[in-house]
Design a protein around this ligand. Structure first.
Ligand SMILES: [Mg+2]
Length: 225
């Protein structure tokens, strides 16, 4: 354990669904629009975009195709309003702040790798008062390919000046876990209400919440895999 801890120099966090549960609000805001139009939002298609981008499934275009017409601007604006309202009601997920503080105390570097835009991630982290805790953020706009491709993790490693073997990723979605593993990192998965229904089996360790463990426990668990 002591040897392994010395080998670890950085922790990279995902943002959506890991630091803040934006996943349920985004899903619910679309679900409400689908239900108001008497349509079903296919969950198996929805999960393609969790942790990634809407390249695989675009909820607006899909519903417009089903209806055979465009959704009015008021409907789309109201959906964004509902999403924002539900996100603003969320607190930072349990254990996240404690792990950030522990990592700082241990002298580890901290990064964020997110398939969302830089404006989205920086805006929320600043609002939550934890933006300055991170040494480096890499978001959708910084790389050619979002998760599950490894680009975001490779970009964070370069920015932090660390190797994949020295870094642990913390993720909530299969797309995120795959991106981290493809970049060669060890990965801890913490499912949320949406991703708990998905297969996170590629992660090295799966926990119910970051609040279940100290950072030392987490490093020990990863070391024993
Ligand atoms: Mg995520």
């Amino acid at each position: 354990m002591a040897t392994f801890s010395r080998l670890i120099r950085a922790i990279v966090f995902d943002f959506d669904g890991l630091i803040l549960d934006t996943e349920e609000p985004v899903y619910r805001s679309w679900l409400e629009v689908y239900q108001a139009h008497g349509e079903e939002l296919p969950f198996e298609r929805w999960v393609q975009i969790v942790g990634s981008t809407t390249i695989g499934f675009h909820p607006q275009h899909h519903l417009e195709e089903r209806l055979g017409r465009s959704l009015p601007k008021e409907v789309l604006d109201r959906r964004i309003g509902r999403r924002t309202e539900m996100i603003l009601a969320q607190k930072v997920l349990p254990g996240v702040v404690q792990h950030i503080e522990s990592a700082k105390a241990m002298g580890l570097k901290l990064g964020v790798a997110s398939s969302s835009t830089g404006d989205w991630v920086r805006g929320h982290l600043a609002r939550l008062g934890i933006l300055d805790a991170f040494d480096c953020l890499r978001c959708r706009d910084d790389v050619a390919n979002a998760k599950p491709e490894p680009d975001l993790y490779l970009a964070v490693l370069e920015c932090l000046g660390v190797q994949a073997s020295e870094t642990i990723a913390i993720e909530d979605s299969p797309n995120g876990v795959m991106a981290a593993k493809r970049a060669g990192l060890r990965c801890v998965a913490i499912p949320n209400s949406i991703t708990a229904r998905l297969d996170l089996g590629q992660a090295d360790v799966i926990l119910g919440s970051l609040a279940e463990v100290t950072l030392a426990d987490l490093l020990r668990k990863v070391a024993s895999t």
